[in-house]
Design a protein around this ligand. Structure first.
Ligand SMILES: Nc1ccc(Br)nc1
Length: 444
């Protein structure tokens, strides 16, 4: 029946010699990346389930994109860190590609690709791994998972208010309160209106934002130097930094007047926050600009009030992104929420959940020849929706009890000869120790 290939049983051919010398491989994951062994994967699933349940409760649909994208999707000339750390390379087809550093450009690409086949507004969410290539000198991670929610096709500030509401909903679900975290909210239109007063060219807007976003990270004279290199005068820089220090919307209105879009948008957002019931979570802070060049309006970031951690999440309006990719001028806003800072915050607050392995049944044959019977018992329970850890080899009972304890099994089902002859199995409820025999067809 056909040639024996690869040393089948009949006409056995000895397997080829192992040519490659066995060399010990590095069993750690690549620098800056993580494995998720079961206990870490349980926490990750717990977190992502909350992300997904909140998104769905807001009527959003899940989407995803390739981790690998054309490098062109992320080439922006605004001096962003995300560009400097792009994990990019040339593939075997000589194409310039990159591991995505964020999800928003992929989302914009898919919206454009879908074109008229989708009706606006779109409410999409994604949970995806994002990458950066950072010199390991700083020993930081090179990958993280980001939860994104985006609303495409709604120009009103109601969209940003809805997004912030979804994040507040997530925080409440995991036990975080407005005493633990807040949102700093501003609008890039504040910056825009100041720059216009000094006739700073629009094309410098993105670059100025990226520089301003470094305010808390590099010395102020470095900020001033970089702004000067863009051609801003000392007076313009002084006024700009003065406006950016404003923490009150009333004060902002005094400076910019009530007629501008910046003040109108922000007043509308704070009014909607009242209606959504999360006023205590948000505060105006003109210094918030976020580090992505494409934001055009409201921007916000979640922060821990103790000031120990980096930003928990961030987002805003990006009304021009789709058109810069050649798509129609479609308004859009969204946020990114990383999987690292939130876990640090939950640890700080003692809110990490206890997540142990749980299995409902462990099934074990008491003799080797009853393995088939044990398989039948396991299958029957599984068909009834029960989880079963089937002991796959002959093991001493002591071993089985130890495994049942480690897996927090609720029931131990033993398949023994005398019981099986009578169509029975023996059940032990591990929490109470109660033990009884039961007919197989009554087991559930
Ligand atoms: N954009 C980005 C990607 C990966 C990590 Br870790 N941090 C930021």
């Amino acid at each position: 029946s056909g040639d024996n290939v690869g040393g089948g049983r009949s006409g056995a051919i000895s397997p080829p010699p192992i040519e490659d010398s066995v060399q010990k491989i590095d069993v750690n994951p690549p620098r800056g990346t993580r494995d998720f062994p079961p206990e870490d994967m349980r926490l990750r699933n717990w977190l992502f389930n909350h992300f997904r349940e909140v998104s769905r409760s807001f009527g959003f649909e899940e989407v995803d994109f390739p981790v690998l994208e054309s490098e062109a999707l992320f080439i922006r000339k605004a001096g962003e860190e995300i560009r400097d750390q792009l994990y990019c390379f040339e593939d075997r087809g000589n194409r310039r590609v990159a591991l995505r550093p964020e999800l928003t450009p992929s989302l914009a690409r898919l919206v454009i690709q879908k074109g008229k086949s989708v009706s606006l507004p779109l409410k999409w969410f994604a949970v995806g791994q994002c990458w950066r290539y950072e010199r390991m000198t700083r020993g930081r991670r090179r990958e993280h998972y980001q939860w994104n929610m985006d609303i495409i096709g709604v120009p009103e500030v109601m969209a940003e208010a809805e997004l912030i509401s979804s994040i507040v909903t997530f925080f409440k679900r995991v036990g975080i309160t407005a005493s633990d975290v807040g949102f700093k909210v501003s609008s890039r239109k504040v910056l825009q209106e100041v720059l216009r007063c000094y006739s700073i060219p629009e094309n410098l807007f993105g670059k100025v934002c990226v520089i301003i976003d470094k305010m808390e990270k590099i010395p102020i004279d470095e900020i001033t130097k970089e702004l000067k290199s863009l051609g801003m005068s000392e007076e313009a820089i002084k006024d700009l930094l003065q406006v950016l220090s404003i923490k009150s919307l009333t004060k902002l209105e005094e400076i910019l007047g009530a007629a501008g879009e910046a003040v109108a948008d922000l007043k509308q957002l704070f009014s909607l926050a009242e209606k959504f019931g999360y006023s205590e979570w948000i505060q105006f802070d003109a210094s918030v600009v976020r580090g992505l060049a494409y934001y055009t309006g409201i921007v916000f970031e979640g922060f821990d009030r103790e000031g120990k951690l980096r930003a928990i999440c961030g987002g805003g309006r990006y009304d021009r992104l789709l058109s810069t990719f050649g798509g129609d001028d479609v308004p859009a806003c969204g946020f990114g929420f990383g999987d690292a800072v939130i876990i640090e915050l939950l640890k700080e607050k003692g809110l990490l959940p206890e997540l142990s392995l749980q299995v409902e049944n462990i099934v074990c044959a008491l003799d080797h020849y009853l393995q088939g019977a044990a398989a039948a018992v396991a299958t029957r329970l599984r068909e009834k929706g029960q989880s079963v850890d089937l002991v796959l080899e002959s093991k001493p009972l002591k071993w089985v009890f130890k495994r049942a304890a480690r897996t927090n099994a609720q029931r131990l089902i033993l398949v023994g000869n005398s019981e099986w002859q009578r169509g029975m199995v023996s059940v032990k409820i591990l929490s109470s120790g109660e033990q009884y025999e039961i007919k197989l067809d009554e087991l559930e």
